[in-house]
Write a protein that binds this ligand. Structure first.
Ligand code: ZN
Ligand code: ZN
Length: 353
C-alpha cells in the first residue's frame, strides 16, 4: 500500500508531553476521503489518554497522536466516494470505523458498536499499530465516518462540536428536551456550555448549576435563564421536584442525590462526566418519583450529522480560544485548572511553521 508522511504532534510517554512527530497515513482507498486538517479541538479525553490516566479501561499505546474534534478540507477522494469531492469542508469525530453491520451500526448507533475503531489509540486495520488522531496535517477516513460541515460556521469554533457538541446534543434529544421542558445543566465547562446552548435552542427553560458564583454572567450570556450556586442549599431546595431532565457534565466527585431530588415525576439525570470513584446514590431518590439515572456517550454518525446541520441552521458553535500547536502542553495545564472559555481549538496551520 502507498503511504504518505504527515506532520503531527505526539506524546512518547505518559510524562513526556507532546512534541513534533512524523506519522504515516494510508493512500485513500475507493471509499476513503483524504482531509487536510484545519482545526482540532482539545478534549479532556486527549489529556487523559496522553497521560495514560484511563489505563484500566483503555491503556495508551505510545507514541500517541490525540485529537478527535477534527475539521478540515477534502483534498482527494477514492473512486467510490459519493458524499464528498475535493474542496468540500469535512469533519471527523471520535470514531473512524466500526463493523458496520451489527444491530447498533444498522440503527446508526455506531458509538455503541462492540467493534468500533476510535480516531486515536485504537488498532489500525489498514497500517497496523494504532490509529493517530487530529493533532496532525491530514487524515484519511472512510466516507461513512466523515461528516459534512455547514458553510456558514466559524471552523475553529465548529471543531469542538464533534465531541463536546454531540456528547450533549445526543442525550438532550434522547430524553425529549423540547419547548417548555425544564432542563438543568450541572457544570459549565467544555461540555456544559454546549448543553446550555442546545437546551436553549430546543426551547427549554434552562438552569445552570455551578460551584463558582463567578460563572453566573457567562451562563446567562450562553443562554441560561437562571443560575444556581449548588453549594447554596436554600437555592437548591427552591427547585425540588421540578426538573424534566438534568445533564451532569461534572467529572469531579460530587453529590448526585442533591440533583436526583430536583427531578420531577419520571425525570431523568444523565451523566456525561466520568468521576474517577463510584458515586453514592440513595435508592429512595429514584423510587419516589419513578426517576431514572443514565449515562450517554457521543452519538452515532446520523445524529452527529443532524447536530451539525442543526448548528448550521441556528448558528451554534463552541466558545473557543484558538492556539498554535506549539502551545498545546501549556493548554493541557490550563485545562486542568478549567482556565479556558470553553474549549481550546488548535489552528493546524501552525504545524507547518
Ligand atoms: Zn472528546
Ligand atoms: Zn457495529
Amino acid at each position: 500500500m502507498t503511504k504518505s508522511n504527515v506532520k503531527a504532534y505526539a506524546a512518547q510517554s505518559a510524562t513526556s508531553g507532546l512534541g513534533p512527530f512524523g506519522i504515516t497515513r494510508r493512500e485513500p482507498g475507493p471509499s476513503d476521503v483524504h482531509i487536510e486538517i484545519l482545526f482540532c479541538g482539545v478534549c479532556h479525553s486527549d489529556l487523559h489518554a496522553v497521560r495514560n490516566e484511563w489505563s484500566s479501561v483503555m491503556p495508551t499505546v505510545y507514541p500517541i497522536v490525540p485529537g478527535h474534534e477534527i475539521v478540515g478540507r477534502v483534498t482527494r477522494v477514492g473512486s467510490a466516494v459519493a458524499k464528498f469531492k475535493a474542496g468540500d469542508l469535512a469533519a471527523v469525530g471520535c470514531l473512524v470505523d466500526s463493523d458496520r453491520d451489527c444491530p447498533r451500526c444498522t440503527e446508526g448507533l455506531e458509538q455503541f458498536c462492540p467493534h468500533l475503531t476510535l480516531t486515536y489509540n485504537s488498532p489500525d486495520k489498514h497500517l497496523g499499530g494504532v490509529t493517530y488522531g487530529g493533532y496532525s496535517d491530514s487524515i484519511v477516513v472512510d466516507e461513512r465516518f466523515v461528516l459534512r460541515v455547514p458553510s456558514n460556521l466559524n471552523l475553529a469554533a465548529t471543531a469542538p462540536l464533534l465531541c463536546a457538541g454531540i456528547t450533549t446534543y445526543s442525550p438532550l434529544r434522547h430524553w425529549g428536551v423540547t419547548n417548555g421542558k425544564k432542563v438543568g445543566v450541572v457544570g459549565l465547562g467544555g461540555l456544559g456550555h454546549m448543553a446550555v446552548k442546545f437546551a436553549r435552542a430546543f426551547g427549554a427553560q434552562v438552569v445552570v448549576f455551578t460551584t463558582s458564583p463567578g460563572k453566573q454572567d457567562d451562563a446567562l450570556r450562553l443562554g441560561a435563564h437562571e443560575v444556581v450556586v449548588s453549594r447554596n442549599a436554600n437555592e437548591m431546595r427552591k427547585h425540588a421536584g421540578s426538573f424534566d431532565f438534568i445533564l451532569d457534565a461534572v467529572s469531579a466527585d460530587h453529590d448526585l442525590n442533591a440533583y436526583v431530588s430536583l427531578l420531577g415525576l419520571d425525570g431523568n439525570l444523565t451523566l456525561v462526566g466520568a468521576p474517577e470513584k463510584p458515586l453514592a446514590l440513595a435508592a429512595f431518590g429514584l423510587i419516589l418519583g419513578r426517576r431514572s439515572l443514565s449515562g450517554s456517550a457521543i452519538g452515532g454518525l446520523p445524529e452527529t450529522q443532524e447536530m451539525l446541520d442543526f448548528c448550521g441552521k441556528h448558528n451554534i458553535t463552541a466558545d473557543v480560544e484558538v492556539i498554535p500547536i506549539q502551545k498545546v502542553n501549556e493548554a493541557y495545564e490550563r485545562l486542568l485548572k478549567s482556565d479556558v472559555k470553553y474549549r481550546f481549538s488548535i489552528d493546524m496551520a501552525s504545524l507547518k511553521s
